[in-house]
Ligand binder design. Structure first.
Ligand code: HEM
Length: 393
């Protein structure tokens, strides 16, 4: 076992997490009732399960710091920058992610999705991550940030690597992507292109709080951090379509249900997420005393099944309203990509329901996951039948 002085890794917590979603929900709700804060002194760590407590931690960065939050092994990460610096850095990129600005790209996203679905119309086969999720993210990230990405395979490798580092299943290995972004920074120094990296360089000329290394690592977060979870979201959605054809047909006949369906998949199927913080000073949380320096693992996924916030929390209900799930976090470090995930997710599902009448698991190619983590889907092969008629709108 790890000594109290060394930093625990996320996977030490996974033994509690069953592979079955029903058992996870039962465990989360048991914790809500019986032990909403769990102390693990051997790791100098507290786990937080209730919605109210999770929210309190995420919204109080003065007490619960992010600076120690992951073991990504990166010299700098935007999501780990402390309060002042984070505000300063986020102000540069926030504009690109304002919901209205992202929504304005929806009409660009639809043809990208159609082009990726087209081969499946002829072949009747679609592997959700390799044919749709990752290539779509590659086009979208290139489109939004103007960065060059050398080929789909490298893009997926990097995305998986960075997300795997973030969730603690891969050892750090990012020299190649950092090298590529450094080259692109050098190109833009010689010849600005008007994209995000050029804008950051321009800002740097006026403000020395933005060293080149930070520009590179901010771009690295934006280019790589969200691709795997967004592809996973699509795989979770498709897996539900295959398991529950009525769900798929409901979205086909009433696409206005799609945004609610995406929110409910986000609440339900990321039931393995947790976020890390460190207590800056002695404090109280949920009636317990937390010592300075303690690691805090907030189970945002457990909060998503707290009956105090989600009546009948165990029911998958796409008409749930409101649905204040915490899958994107909360407070000042809330996921920057949230509006992109919502808009892009909606566009993808709209195009899918219009294109295919039916989606089934391919019985010859079962769904595969990362060895270390069942929720990290690697491939999802489906059989699809083209829609003959136009879906009602
Ligand atoms: C389903 C997809 C996604 C999920 C579930 C997700 C989840 C999250 C969560 C929970 C956080 C907060 C971490 C914390 O508080 O410690 C976060 C932060 C972040 N996410 Fe996402 N994310 C997704 C997609 C994306 C995408 C597509 C992008 C970018 C294009 C992105 C970029 C970021 C960035 C830059 C941060 C750090 C924000 C900050 O510290 O200000 N994410 N994400």
């Amino acid at each position: 076992m790890t000594s109290t002085s060394s930093k625990p890794t996320r996977d030490l917590l996974f033994p509690d997490l069953s592979d079955s979603i029903e058992e996870r929900i039962a465990w989360f709700q048991h914790q809500h009732r019986v032990e909403p804060l769990r102390h693990r002194p051997e790791y100098n760590l507290w786990e937080v399960f209730r919605y109210e407590d999770v929210q309190r931690v995420l919204k109080d960065p003065d007490t619960f710091s992010v600076t120690n939050k992951t073991h990504m092994g990166l010299p700098f990460s935007f999501g780990r920058a402390d309060i002042q610096e984070h505000r300063f850095l986020r102000s540069f990129v926030a504009r690109s992610f304002v919901p209205g600005n992202i929504e304005a790209h929806a009409s660009d996203f639809a043809p990208m999705v159609d082009a990726l679905l087209k081969p499946a119309l002829a072949s009747g086969r679609l592997e959700v991550l390799g044919d749709l999720g990752y290539p779509l993210m590659e086009h979208v990230i290139g489109h939004l940030f103007g960065l060059q990405i050398p080929g789909p395979d490298r893009f997926r490798q990097w995305s998986d690597q960075m997300f795997g580092q973030l969730v603690g299943i891969f050892q750090p290995d990012h020299a190649e992507v950092v090298g590529m972004l450094t080259d692109q920074l050098d190109q833009r120094k010689r010849k600005p292109t008007g994209d995000l990296m050029s804008a950051l360089l321009q800002a740097r000329a006026k403000d020395d709080r933005l060293p080149e290394e930070k520009i590179i690592h901010m771009c690295l977060d934006l280019v790589t951090a969200g691709n795997a979870p967004t592809s996973l979201l699509l795989s979770y959605m498709f897996a539900r379509f295959c398991r529950n054809p009525e769900f798929y047909q409901a979205l086909r006949s009433d696409p206005s249900l799609i945004p609610g369906a995406i929110e409910e998949v986000l609440r339900f199927d990321f039931s393995w997420f947790n976020l890390w913080r460190t207590a800056r000073h002695d404090t109280e949380l949920g009636g317990r005393e937390i010592k300075a320096g303690s690691y805090i693992v907030v189970w945002d996924s457990a909060a998503n099944f707290d009956e105090a916030r989600f009546p009948q929390a165990h029911r998958f209900d796409i008409t749930r309203s409101p649905n204040p799930h915490l899958t994107f976090g909360q407070g000042m470090y809330i996921c920057l990509g949230l509006p992109l995930v919502r808009t892009l997710g909606r566009v993808v599902v709209e195009r899918v329901v219009e294109t295919f009448e039916e989606i089934r698991f391919d019985p010859e190619r079962p769904m595969r996951s990362q060895e270390q983590m069942i929720d990290y889907v690697v491939s999802l092969d489906t059989l699809v039948s083209p829609a003959n008629t136009t879906v009602s709108r």
